[in-house]
Each structure stands twice: as structure tokens, then as C-alpha cells.
Design a protein. Structure first.
Length: 187
């Protein structure tokens, strides 16, 4: 009587393992879907080197409908763009690589990151301060999270470089860094 019971439980065990293995294989296969199969959610696989170029700029850069007119960025600005797409795009752009952004659900509506009319008036230090400390600490909305623990000073500097280069109307360095006074920035 013992032997058949043992045999039976072994059989069940093997079947369960085999089924589990098949499931794993099946779920791995999903990652091989081509874009043509209409994947609805999740990141679209693409070569890492094109990761940020291929998205276009989703309302953050001048002329974003025309990929041949993307702004030429230097190293620091490119770093800023990368961090922007990782951390900020959800609230500071209308569209994200994963679809519509959360911007319209946030109060007050965060400015687009290329909104020169708003951001040109802020000094570099003020921008870095609100990024590092978040909205609440600088007396603004707590919906703007603090990034001081996540981003390095260099990361934030890169973000400022990116914000400056995409600004529309354009940001004028002459007007700002020369005196550093807020009045100078308003010209
Ligand atoms: C969860 C949404 C959210 C995310 C993510 C977010 N912000 Fe904000 N941000 C806000 C909101 C809301 C405000 C407006 C705060 C106010 O005016 O009270 C704001 C304000 C700002 C301002 C001040 C200018 C303005 O829009 O009024 C800057 C600069 C800024 N954010 C930069 C960033 C950067 C850079 C990142 C990414 C590192 C980021 N934010 C990520 C919500 C967000």
C-alpha cells in the first residue's frame, strides 16, 4: 500500500514542477512581443542608446514634433534630460514615455519644464532649492517632492542646465548670472 502512495505523490510533484516551469517560460515569452502586437502597458523595449532620443520631448522642448529639430544638448544638459525623464516628467510634462502624465491631477498644476515665463525668473539656486527641499519647505505646494536624498548636487545642476536650454521664451544668461538679482532676470 505504501509504494503506490509514494509513487502517486512523486507523480504529482513532477507534474506541479513541470507546470510551474511551463508558466515561467510562457511569461518570459511575453517580453519577446514585438511592438506590432499592441502591448498596452509597460515600457516598450528599445535599444538603450536610443532610450531618450526616441521618445521625442513631450512638450518640454522647442519644436518637439520635428525630431530633426531636437535641441542639440551638451553633456550636462543631456544628463539633466535623462534625470528629468526619470523623475520629473510625470508632473512637469503633459506626456510621458509611458503615456499621459499625471500633471493635470496635481494641484497647483506644475509648470511645464520649458516654461521660460515662469522658470527664467527663478535663479539657479532657487530652482535647486525647490528640487532639493521640495515644495513644502520653500512655502509652496507639498505636491512638489523633495529630491535632496535622491539626487546629487551635480544631478540638480544638470537639471538646471537642461531647464535653461529648453526654456521658451529662451533663457538669457547675460541677464541672470551677471548680477544675480531677481530684478535682472525679469528684463
Ligand atoms: C508629483 C509631482 C511632481 C514631481 C514628480 C516633480 N514636481 Fe516639480 N512641482 C510640482 C508642483 C505641484 C509644483 C508647484 C508648486 C507650487 O507652486 O506650489 C512644482 C514646482 C516645481 C518648480 C518651481 C517652478 C514651478 O513649476 O512653479 C521647479 C523648478 C520644479 N518643480 C522642478 C522639478 C524637478 C526638476 C523635478 C524632478 C526632479 C520635479 N519638479 C518633480 C510637482 C512635481
Amino acid at each position: 500500500m505504501r509504494i503506490p502512495v509514494l509513487y502517486f505523490s512523486l507523480l504529482i510533484g513532477v507534474l506541479v514542477l513541470a507546470f510551474g516551469f511551463k508558466q515561467t517560460q510562457a511569461s518570459q515569452a511575453c517580453w519577446c512581443w514585438s511592438q506590432g502586437q499592441g502591448m498596452v502597458a509597460g515600457p516598450i523595449p528599445h535599444p538603450p542608446s536610443k532610450e531618450y532620443e526616441s521618445y521625442g520631448s513631450y512638450g518640454t522642448e522647442a519644436d518637439w514634433n520635428d525630431s530633426s529639430h531636437l535641441l542639440p544638448l551638451n553633456y550636462e544638459q543631456t544628463q539633466g534630460k535623462r534625470i528629468f525623464y526619470q523623475q520629473c516628467v510625470w508632473c512637469h510634462a503633459d506626456t510621458t514615455p509611458a503615456g499621459p502624465s499625471n500633471r493635470s491631477n496635481v494641484t497647483p498644476t506644475p509648470s511645464l519644464m520649458d516654461d521660460g515665463a515662469t522658470l527664467n525668473k527663478m535663479k539657479d539656486e532657487a530652482i535647486i532649492r525647490i528640487i532639493a527641499e521640495g515644495g513644502r519647505k520653500v512655502g509652496r505646494s507639498a505636491m512638489m517632492p523633495p529630491y535632496g536624498g535622491t539626487l546629487s548636487q551635480g544631478d540638480m545642476q544638470s537639471l538646471v542646465a537642461y531647464i535653461r536650454v529648453i526654456a521658451s521664451p529662451p533663457y538669457s544668461t547675460a541677464a541672470s548670472s551677471a548680477t544675480g538679482s531677481p530684478e535682472a532676470n525679469k528684463k
